[in-house]
Structures are given as structure tokens and as C-alpha cells.
Design a protein. Structure first.
Length: 509
């Protein structure tokens, strides 16, 4: 299993004069010379450098204390997650999965080799606590593809200790700058190596190829819709590794991106041909379903746990908490379901990503895509809002019960769609679109709480059945929680008329 390390570091240019004296840095009591290490790293990427374009690095390194395979995924400027796997001749499956959304079915090839002579020092405080590692690297880079060149340079790298205070790097930075050292122009060794070893004849070609995925400012309705589609496509691709690693909220975030895409294709059916986008929408629905199994269970578990924690212990009869834990963790383990990983590794998912790429590369634009942007986009948002209005009115006309529950659930789904359409319209329509987004979020929260109550009551019925019929346990606590959920639903239904009246009055279009 791969290990994960959060890497917070800064890189600086070096004139090969070595490391300035850092004993004057606030908090540093001792600088320990750790000696020199010889590092040999081969970086892998697709022939068209897809990983590098996303600031992702994949390498196989020997030498030093952490020889093995390293995959670095950006988190924020100067911060990366480094996923490590033991040294082997071939790329480990765990790491291959983490780059699959980028690589797809392209071949990963040895692209660049970096030979580094690393002079390492540790910075310690007065108690001997490790603060940071500082290294001076003499680097020789060699492009491994045909017509590649070589380059060499020196740099200083400062890496914060695990769980260290990032503010400490500011203190080191101040000292280095006073000594004449300046931050590196390149975010990583690989980025610099790719730039300085690239075949001369390829530079113009690379620049030309990059235009398709670097559009200018949106002008037409088609431009605005495609900008939103591109953002959601990018979100799915970028979230893929996080979902595989079970990063908090990643499953939910990817599911939301699939919903945004589906909604956009439907809302702007006058801009993008639905004969092309509807089949993609069905595949997005499939992916959302695969993601939703984990997410729905997570939401219900959180709601039930919170409700149970709010009860006096005297009202908790029987092994309710243990049964809830068993119900919440049906697979008996942690991390994403194996079925979800299988889906992300499957051909169907890769085909879906390719189809989204194809829409962006050769968009199925209709006549309205070239029309008046404000008119076309506003009309689409208003149309979606009208559908929400009809469904809310239908729900309000129903007596409490199953029919009202279903109507409110359908209104919730259309509310999300209107919200996403307004989000897409935001860069064009400004404050009016933002107002619609805000109102739809408010309505979505109310309707969502009602739907969560419906789903929670279904779960409580199942739990009570398991407890009483199968094990002879008391069902009292489940019934008590069921009654409280009924009351939450009643409150949501009671708040709907006033909330909807205000939203209707505030509609800016």
C-alpha cells in the first residue's frame, strides 16, 4: 500500500556558492550537516506530457532515504501530496490508478532523468525538534526522448517538517533573501527540466497545440456554456485521485460535478445539441449513481449519529449505537467501495471522460450558441425557474403524505438544476444570477432537509425491523428518532410557503 506525505516546500535559485548561514533564523538553534546523497530519478509521463500539464509528477528514484516510486499531486502553491510506493521495476497499480483520469489509455514513458547531488542539512530548535530540511542540489537533467537536450543547474530546497508551522518557512525565506538568494522561477525540478531540455523544434508546435484548451474570454452563449462544462470536466478529472484515496468530501464533490454537467446539458439544450449531450448525460447519471452509494450512506449515518447523540442515555435502549455502526459500515472496512474503484478503472468511465473531451474539442453548437448572450442565457435560467415554480406549487397543493414528499423531492432536483444554470450564467449576468444562486441554495437546503428526513425514516424502519424481528431488541429508540424526523419534515413543509413567496418576489428576471 502506498504511503502519503504532505509536502510543503520552497525552491530557490542557487549560484553554487552553497547554503547561507541559517543559524540566525528565528527559532533555529542548530544546523546539522546530514551529508551528501546521490539521487537518480526517472520521470514518467505521456508523450504529450499530460501529467506535467497538470503539475503532477511521477518518478522512480533510487538513492537517498526514500528510494521508490513517488507521485506528487498539487494541493496549493508550494504544497503537494506525495504518494510513495516501494521500489519496483514497473509502476505499482495503486499509483497507476491515481493518474488514470489524466493518462487514460495513453502509454507512460520515461521522459526525463534527473541526477542530483544533494547536500542536506536539518534545522533544529533549542529542544532538538526537527523544523525543516534544507538541501543544496546540483542537478543534471537529460531528456530521454528523441532529439532531447541536457541541462544543469543548482538550487536550494527548503522542506517543512511534518506537522510544522508554515510560518516558519517565511522566516527562512527572509534570511535567504537577505543573503541574496531568490525564489526559483520554476515550481519544480521537472518543470525546469522539461523547459530547458525540450527539443528546439517542438516549442512552436507545443504552443500551437495548447490553444484548444486555453480559450479566451467567453463572448457568445456557446462560449459561456462551454466554459462551465470545461470547469466541471476538469473537476471530475482532478477529483479522481482524491476519490481513490478517500479524501474527505471528494466523493460528494465529484458527484456534484457530474450533476452540474447533466443539468447544464439539459438547461442549455438550445445551445448544445442534446442529440449529442443526452447520451453523455446518461453516462454521467451512471457515474453519479456509483458515487452516490457511498455518499447517501454517509449522509444518513451522520444524520442518525447526530440525532442519537442528542438523546439522553435513558432513552437509548438496547445496542443502538453498535447496530448503527454495523449498518453504516456494511463492507466492514474503510476507504471507497471496491465497486467504485472498479468503476473508475473501467472502460465505461474512460469513455465518458473522452466524450466530455470531445464535446469541448468539437462542440455540438446550435444556432442559439451564436446569438445574443444575455438573451439566450437569461431565457434558459428563467425556463428552469418556471419548472421549479410549477413543482413547488404542486407540492403545496398536496396534503401531507407520500405525494407531497415526491413533489418536494422533484422540486428539489429542479432547484439544483436552476442553481447550476444560474452559476453558469454568473460570469455574464453578474448580480442577478448570483441572487438566483443564493435563493436556489436556500430552497435546496429546505427541500433537502425534508428529503433527508424521508430517507432517514426509511433507514430507521429498516433498523427497527432488524433490531426487533431479527434480534429481539427493543425498537423504542428507533421509534423515538422516527417521530423526531417526522417533526423535522413537518417544519420544513410549514416553512415552504413563506420561503417560496419570498423567492418568487425576489426573482430578478
Amino acid at each position: 500500500m502506498a504511503d502519503i506525505k504532505r509536502e510543503i516546500e520552497r525552491k530557490y535559485e542557487s549560484d553554487e556558492s552553497g547554503l547561507p548561514d541559517l543559524t540566525g533564523v528565528a527559532g533555529v538553534a542548530t544546523v546539522i550537516d546530514k551529508g551528501v546523497a546521490e539521487l537518480d530519478a526517472v520521470y514518467y509521463d505521456t508523450p504529450d506530457e499530460r501529467l506535467a500539464a497538470a503539475s503532477i509528477t511521477l518518478r522512480r528514484r533510487t538513492g537517498g532515504s526514500d528510494a521508490g516510486w513517488h507521485l506528487k499531486i498539487p494541493v496549493s502553491p508550494g504544497v503537494r501530496d506525495e504518494i510513495r510506493a516501494p521500489l519496483s521495476d514497473t509502476l505499482p497499480d495503486d499509483l497507476a490508478g491515481l493518474v488514470r483520469s489524466r493518462v487514460r489509455e495513453a502509454e507512460l514513458i520515461p521522459l526525463v532523468r534527473l541526477l542530483s547531488t544533494r547536500d542536506v542539512s536539518d534545522l533544529l530548535d533549542a529542544d532538538g525538534t526537527f523544523l525543516a530540511e534544507v538541501s543544496v542540489d546540483a542537478v543534471v537533467a537529460e531528456r530521454l526522448t528523441e532529439d532531447g537536450r541536457t541541462a544543469q543547474w543548482s538550487e536550494i530546497e527548503v522542506e517543512l517538517a511534518d506537522d510544522g508551522d508554515p510560518a516558519f518557512l517565511e522566516k527562512v525565506d527572509k534570511k535567504l533573501r537577505k543573503a541574496g538568494v531568490r525564489p526559483s522561477d520554476s515550481p519544480s525540478k521537472l518543470a525546469r527540466a522539461l523547459q530547458e531540455t525540450a527539443p528546439k523544434k517542438s516549442k512552436k508546435k507545443d504552443k500551437k497545440q495548447g490553444k484548444a484548451e486555453a480559450p479566451g474570454e467567453p463572448v457568445t452563449p456557446g462560449d459561456h456554456v462551454l466554459a462551465y462544462v470545461r470547469a466541471q470536466r476538469d473537476a471530475i478529472v482532478e477529483l479522481d485521485p482524491a476519490v481513490r484515496r478517500d479524501v474527505f468530501d471528494s466523493v460528494h464533490s465529484m458527484r456534484v460535478a457530474t450533476r452540474r454537467l447533466r443539468s447544464t446539458f439539459k438547461s442549455f439544450g438550445k445551445v448544445l445539441d442534446r442529440a449529442v449531450t443526452d447520451p453523455i448525460g446518461e453516462e454521467l447519471k451512471w457515474l453519479a449513481g456509483e458515487l452516490g452509494v457511498d455518499r447517501d450512506q454517509e449522509v444518513l449515518t451522520e444524520r442518525l449519529t447526530e440525532a442519537l447523540d442528542g438523546l439522553p442515555e435513558s432513552l437509548v435502549t438496547g445496542p443502538v449505537r453498535a447496530r448503527l455502526r454495523t449498518w453504516a459500515d456494511k463492507d466492514g472496512g474503510t476507504g471507497p467501495r471496491p465497486e467504485l474503484i472498479d468503476a473508475l478503472d473501467g472502460q465505461r468511465y474512460l469513455d465518458l471522460l473522452d466524450s466530455l473531451d470531445a464535446v469541448l474539442k468539437d462542440p455540438p453548437l446550435l444556432e442559439a450558441a451564436g446569438g445574443d448572450p444575455e438573451k439566450v442565457i437569461t431565457k434558459a435560467v428563467k425556463k428552469d425557474f418556471g419548472k421549479v415554480a410549477a413543482l413547488v406549487e404542486e407540492a403545496l397543493a398536496q396534503p401531507p403524505g407520500t405525494d407531497r414528499d415526491l413533489a418536494m423531492h422533484e422540486a428539489r432536483k429542479k432547484t439544483k438544476r436552476t442553481r447550476y444554470a444560474a452559476e453558469a450564467a454568473g460570469p455574464l449576468l453578474g448580480k442577478p444570477a448570483k441572487a438566483v444562486v443564493k435563493d436556489m441554495k436556500s430552497l435546496q437546503t429546505l427541500l433537502g432537509d425534508h428529503q433527508d428526513s424521508v430517507m432517514t425514516r426509511e433507514a430507521l424502519r429498516d433498523l427497527a425491523q432488524q433490531a426487533h424481528a431479527a434480534a429481539g431488541e427493543s425498537a423504542f429508540t428507533y421509534g423515538l428518532l422516527y417521530g423526531r424526523e417526522e417533526r423535522r419534515a413537518e417544519l420544513a413543509e410549514g416553512a415552504l410557503p413563506e420561503t417560496w413567496a419570498k423567492i418568487s418576489a425576489d426573482m430578478p428576471f
